[in-house]
Design a protein around this ligand. Structure first.
Ligand SMILES: Nc1nc2c(ncn2[C@@H]2O[C@H](COP(=O)(O)OP(=O)(O)OP(=O)(O)O)[C@@H](O)[C@H]2O)c(=O)[nH]1
Ligand SMILES: [Mg+2]
Length: 194
């Protein structure tokens, strides 16, 4: 859960990009990195296989302005989507403040999307978090592909709790910041409540 450092006047929040393998989680982070820290010579931490599949996680720290004199620092993580990295996915969710679920819009990835949402719900439960209460945004990615299902069809199946939905083409940056901003907004709103 979010960590407030009063001495440094800093609020630290953790956002995790979750979803099935090859859905575009790392691509979201890479785009954010390229537009922000990358330009300032910063670093994104990625641990990937030779074929660029996320092995453990990607990590990107991002400053998103100040509220009431406190710097808000978001720590963005992705999980490895491949089914057998179950343990890593669970570990990375620890202390999560907000989740972006990156769904692959292609028809042939629907089973994988659904499996990933179930996996998310069960991993959250194991940490003692309530899926219904966690700030959560759904991104329908890969809207550019011919086999992408209509948005309304995807929503019927993938929307779980009336969450905000964004369309994305992550490698072109479409929808990437919109998704992140909304998740950040929800996280900060939750923080104000607590
Ligand atoms: N056509 C298309 N390709 C995309 C889009 N977003 C990402 N990709 C491509 O999809 C592939 C997988 O993207 P990644 O970001 O590595 O996927 P991931 O979700 O991190 O995958 P794992 O690390 O295995 O869980 C890459 O080749 C990306 O360039 C998109 O919106 N449209
Ligand atoms: Mg990845």
């Amino acid at each position: 859960m979010s960590f407030i450092n009063f001495a440094a006047r800093e609020i630290n929040c953790k956002v995790v990009y979750y979803g099935a393998g090859l859905g575009g989680k790392t691509t979201n982070l890479q785009w954010i990195f390229d537009q922000t820290l990358g330009k300032a010579g910063g670093k994104m931490i990625s641990l990937a296989t030779e074929t660029d599949r996320t092995l453990f996680f990607d990590f990107l720290p991002l400053d998103l302005g100040t509220i009431r004199g406190f710097k808000t620092r978001f720590h963005l993580y992705t999980v490895p989507g491949q089914v057998f990295y179950e343990a890593s996915r669970k570990l990375i969710l620890r202390g999560v403040d907000g989740i972006v679920f990156v769904a692959d819009s292609q028809e042939e990835r629907m089973d994988a999307n659904l499996e990933a949402i179930e996996d998310l719900e069960s991993n959250l439960k194991e940490h003692g978090y309530d899926f219904l209460k966690v700030p959560y945004v759904l991104q329908l990615n890969k809207r550019d592909l011919p086999s992408a299902l209509p948005v309304e069809d995807l929503k019927k199946v993938l929307v779980k709790k009336g969450e905000p939905v964004f369309e994305g083409v992550a490698y072109k940056g479409i929808g990437v910041f919109e998704t992140l901003k909304e998740c950040g907004r929800l996280v900060l709103a939750e923080l104000k409540k607590g």
